[in-house]
Design a protein around this ligand. Structure first.
Ligand SMILES: *Cc1c(COP(=O)(O)O)cnc(C)c1O
Length: 485
């Protein structure tokens, strides 16, 4: 078999291998590993080869600090010469982003989701705190003392976001992240009884805290969020609603989350990654209303350095793919698969947080099983399933060992799995979880009650992955022979 993809991939690796076989080899090995293990990390996916190839080129060499205005004619605002081609790529990518999400503005330069959040924070601070404090003066020429007054104000603002144990992200005000160092950070949690967001409680807390920024969005929450309600809560206290849709951007793009559950019409600022359910390159993006457009466009120099033009190109390919009608079917299937997985797990006695899911992820509660999330994560990897341990609300094992597992269906859906396969997956999960030794001591390596169970689970994964391939256009045998020996 020699598809254009096969030839391109083989040549690309051959070129790398001539210089650094030590790097080429693990790249090819990763291709094999990803085709043999069940990829169920909820934040991962398989991007297309078109996305990958758009990144693998000379665009990485170009400096393009500044930005490009893309409404109407392209107007470059760059600090460096020779950016015409990057201008074209950035403008096209941003236009597609606006079309895909129905956004007023898109800033497609952020290098990652964490960067996107930092740029968003500082854009909000600039508009809502710095601008009124500075008035018509120029910060660059204010006296040291005058600027110090502004800086103290910037450093004295409040953030209210979802807690880490309630599905929030590190960048939402976790103490070890800069978000809790630059803001006086407060977090809201899910209800202890239901595990669900309690909007009345959040509204009450927002009235007490009066934050500058209210964050909604999550990395580990299996239900829809009502962004219309969150906007009301923010408006009532004069806060800016910032939604971090890093995990579920693909479900927004694919119109699974619409109306009150679509963050874009409700939030002033929406941040995201492009590599999770959206299935693009590893990167970030910020969408906003017109109010924040000019400040976001100055994300460099505000926070970031030069953009990654090769990654912006790949984001463009990703958005074009997501604008095709098939992407809606994909997004809908992700959620059907996650629901099927949750139901099949529950049927087999595996406890699923909130009793199910409305998005791409399933959270498994291990509290009654006597081993930690960390031990289960290791046992799953031994059985060729890649997923991650996760804290559950009010977790007593802490963020390192944890009492939960998080599984996502975005990647398996990309390779074509449906509800029937999710039942097979759930059966493998139950085999693993039911045959792990309880109480090995939370810091010990996991133990099997009977080693045959691990073999049985591995056989199950092999049988499944034999029927599906992440890259049907690639001939693994040829690649293996040539590069792995
Ligand atoms: C993944 C994630 C991020 C961070 O994205 P990176 O690209 O890893 O920096 C930020 N916020 C949320 C909610 C996420 O899930």
């Amino acid at each position: 078999m020699s598809t254009p993809e096969q030839q391109a991939f083989e040549n690309l690796i051959a070129v790398v291998s001539r210089v650094a076989p030590e790097i080429a080899r693990p790249i090819v090995q990763e291709l094999f590993d990803q085709g043999r293990n069940l990829k169920m990390i909820a934040s991962e996916n398989y991007s297309s080869l078109a996305v990958q190839f758009a990144m693998a080129n000379l665009l990485t060499d170009k400096y393009a600090e500044g930005y490009v205005e893309y409404e109407g004619d392209i107007k470059p605002r760059r600090f460096y010469a020779g950016c015409e081609n990057v201008d074209a790529i950035e403008a096209q990518t941003a236009r597609w982003a606006c079309e895909l999400f129905g956004a007023e503005h898109a800033y497609v330069q952020p290098h990652s989701g964490a960067d996107a959040n930092l740029i968003a924070f500082w854009s909000i601070l600039t508009n809502r705190v710095e601008a009124p404090a500075v008035g018509d003066k120029n910060p660059a020429t204010m006296s040291h003392e005058e600027w110090e007054v502004v800086r103290q104000k910037l450093g004295n603002q409040r953030l209210l976001g979802p807690g880490l144990y309630s599905g929030g992200h590190l960048t939402h005000g976790f103490r070890h992240n800069v978000s809790a160092k630059m803001f006086e950070a407060f977090s809201y949690s899910v209800s202890e009884e239901t595990g669900l967001l309690d909007y009345d409680a959040i509204a009450k807390q927002a009235k007490e805290v009066k934050p500058l920024i209210l964050i909604a969005g999550y990395s580990a929450y299996p239900r829809k969020v009502d962004f219309a309600k969150m906007r009301q809560i923010a408006d009532d206290v004069g806060a800016v609603l910032m939604v971090d849709m890093a995990h579920f951007a693909g479900l927004v793009a694919g119109k699974v989350f619409t109306g009150d559950f679509d963050p874009v019409p409700h939030a002033q600022v929406v941040t995201t990654t492009t590599h999770k359910t959206l299935r693009g390159p590893r990167g970030g993006m910020v969408l906003s209303t017109k109010e924040f457009r000019d400040t976001l466009n100055r994300g460099c120099p505000l926070v970031a350095g030069g953009p990654l033009p090769h990654v912006m190109a790949a984001k463009g390919v990703c958005f074009k793919e997501a604008l095709q009608p098939g992407f809606r079917d994909y997004a809908a299937q992700i959620v059907k698969n996650a629901s099927a997985l949750a139901a099949s797990l529950e049927k087999r006695g595996v406890k699923v947080l909130t009793g199910g899911t409305e998005n791409h992820l399933v959270l498994i509660d291990l509290t009654d099983r006597g081993y930690t999330g960390r031990q289960a994560e290791e046992a799953f990897r031994e059985c060729k399933i890649t997923l991650n341990r996760n804290t559950i609300p009010f977790d007593e094992n802490g963020a390192w060992y944890t009492s939960g597992l998080r599984a996502g269906t975005a990647a398996l859906t990309t390779i074509g799995m449906k509800e029937a396969e999710m039942d097979e997956v759930a059966s493998i999960y139950a085999t693993i979880l039911d045959h792990m030794e309880s109480k090995p001591g939370s810091k010990a390596k996991h133990l099997w009650k009977d080693a045959g169970a691990a073999d049985k689970a591995r056989d199950g994964v092999d049988a499944l992955m034999k029927r599906f391939s992440p890259y049907p256009a690639l001939d693994l045998d040829t690649l293996g022979k040539r590069f792995l020996g």
